[in-house]
Design a protein around this ligand. Structure first.
Ligand SMILES: Cc1cc2nc3c(=O)[nH]c(=O)nc-3n(C[C@H](O)[C@H](O)[C@H](O)COP(=O)(O)OP(=O)(O)OC[C@H]3O[C@@H](n4cnc5c(N)ncnc54)[C@H](O)[C@@H]3O)c2cc1C
Length: 458
């Protein structure tokens, strides 16, 4: 996008301020407090588990009523974001769709004076600019860059005896061009540890809440980490996983209690939403009814249920239900010593719950909820421990100042060059920790907004 070079503009209105109220009312989903009918007096705007604090506060846009024609519950972000694009156009911006920046232009002092881009037909276009903002996303789509720059991923692969073949380390994000453009112009990557938004060693533990914090058991039936931690903070790297591919989570009929107490983190987007609670409860009840109607068939088959963090789009979780833990262990695929290990571990876990203290891993006392009353539910997954996923995106970037100015190794500023979103560094220390759901998209949008305001007022 380019603005006329001499334009001075006050940036003020936020995305929601330029969108139509009618559409905001139709599509906005404010995932926050309280947790519907499961409000139990223990929900706070701030939940701290094992020293890690998380907050509710996410807004998303969903087309619950299929107004946009793409199907019920589908994302409606595009409808809202178009308002921002139109507002920029009204204020003089020109969008060069399909044009990729291939090099930044610099003067004799190294200041960035614009960029050269290439369109889909291979045609080059040069844009002169007083300010060039790199907002080209991450580099997870580039396996070489992942292995070269992403020490968290590379070191985990090395520790897991995984061949460092770049083809196997491509994630779901961008190709790293933004980082390259800036590094060629003299920028410097933030030093390590460089954080990744990924799951190492297979995947996170399965659960009703995408990655909820019920007790987690490994292939030998034993717990192996502080499972109070939710998704990325606690489960990003499962190097401590025991050998074997099996992971499972087990809950009892009191499953909702844990859900109502757990931290917000990434899962807040659903576990604070009454509508999704209702969908999950209904499908859990249907699963139990089917099991009790025909245990011999429905027990081993399990059932599909809506899960939290699925936006009620589909029945995304496959659960097993049984009236005894022995039976459930069979359905989950545990045999022999592993099955006995699992049953012993649950008994031990229940003893620690009764004592109110997890002396093994320090799971918070408020989450020491026993697994004792049937029907019991289990979610299991078979994930290859010897696989390191490069991830959704990589979240480290170049060093910038407080105003997102890109700097060189000697601390001098590359005048005219700015970085936001996944192109700029200094946002995550280790791993992708989601103290608030949507904090990656949220911080990218906020950086863009704040930098726009800063540049507009220079
Ligand atoms: C599957 C998946 C799930 C995710 N889930 C979540 C979530 O639940 N919550 C959350 O907060 N985050 C989530 N993320 C991460 C989040 O989407 C990104 O971190 C965020 O979009 C980064 O924003 P950005 O503006 O830096 O880059 P992007 O959103 O990646 O945008 C970069 C843009 O730059 C363009 N571009 C790239 N190269 C060039 C070039 N050379 N010239 C011009 N344009 C270029 C790209 O086409 C793209 O439009 C998820 C990511 C993935 C892949």
């Amino acid at each position: 996008m380019r603005y006329p070079g001499n334009r001075q503009r006050q940036f003020g209105p936020s995305l929601r301020a330029v969108a139509s109220q009618e559409e905001l009312d139709e599509y906005s989903v404010c995932y926050n407090f309280p947790r519907g009918r499961f409000y139990n007096g223990e929900n706070h705007y701030e939940v701290n588990h094992s020293g890690y604090t998380s907050f509710p506060g996410t807004v998303s846009y969903r087309d619950f009523n299929n107004k946009l024609g793409g199907g019920e519950n589908q994302p409606a972000w595009k409808a809202i974001m178009l308002y921002s694009i139109d507002d920029a156009k009204k204020n003089g911006a020109e969008w060069l769709w399909g044009t990729s920046a291939v090099v930044l232009c610099q003067n004799a002092d190294g200041d960035v004076t614009g960029a050269i881009g290439q369109d889909a037909d291979g045609k080059y276009i040069k844009v002169n600019a007083a300010a060039t903002v790199c907002a080209a996303g991450d580099f997870s789509g580039n396996g070489e860059m992942v292995l070269g720059l992403m020490d968290e991923v590379r070191e985990l692969a090395e520790a897991s005896n995984i061949e460092l073949n770049p083809d196997n380390f491509r994630g779901m994000g961008q190709n790293g061009m933004g980082h390259k453009l800036m590094l060629w112009a003299g920028a410097v990557m933030e030093p390590g540890p460089r954080a990744a938004m990924n799951f190492g060693n297979g995947a996170g533990a399965p659960s009703l809440a995408a990655f909820g914090n019920y007790p987690v058991f490994g292939s030998d039936g034993k717990r192996f980490y502080n499972d109070a931690m939710l998704q990325f903070g606690g489960q990003g790297f499962f190097a401590r996983r025991p050998a074997g591919d099996h992971l499972c989570t087990i809950m009892d009929s009191n499953w909702n209690e844990n859900m109502a107490r757990m931290g917000y983190e990434h899962n807040v987007s659903s576990c604070t939403c009454e509508r999704e609670w209702n969908l999950v409860i209904q499908s859990m009840e249907e699963g139990v009814a089917a099991y009790h109607a025909d245990p011999a068939k429905a027990g081993p088959e399990g059932f599909d249920t809506y899960s939290f963090t699925g936006f009620g789009l589909n029945k995304g979780a496959h659960l097993f239900v049984a009236d005894t833990l022995e039976e459930l262990a069979d359905y989950l695929g545990y045999e022999g010593d592993a099955k006995q290990g699992l049953l012993d571990e649950i008994a031990h876990y229940n003893e620690m719950c009764a004592a109110g203290r997890d002396t093994d891993f320090g799971r918070d006392a408020s989450l020491m909820i026993p697994i004792e009353n049937g029907p019991f539910f289990g979610v299991s997954t078979v994930t290859n421990k010897g696989r390191v996923m490069s991830g959704m995106v990589q979240i480290s970037g170049v060093l910038v100042t407080d105003h997102n100015e890109v700097r060189r190794k000697d601390d001098s500023i590359i005048k005219g060059l700015y970085a936001v979103g996944n192109d700029c560094g200094g946002r995550y220390a280790i791993q992708y920790h989601t103290l608030m759901a949507g904090n990656s998209v949220g911080s990218a949008i906020t950086h863009g907004y704040c930098l726009g305001e800063y540049l507009g007022n220079l």
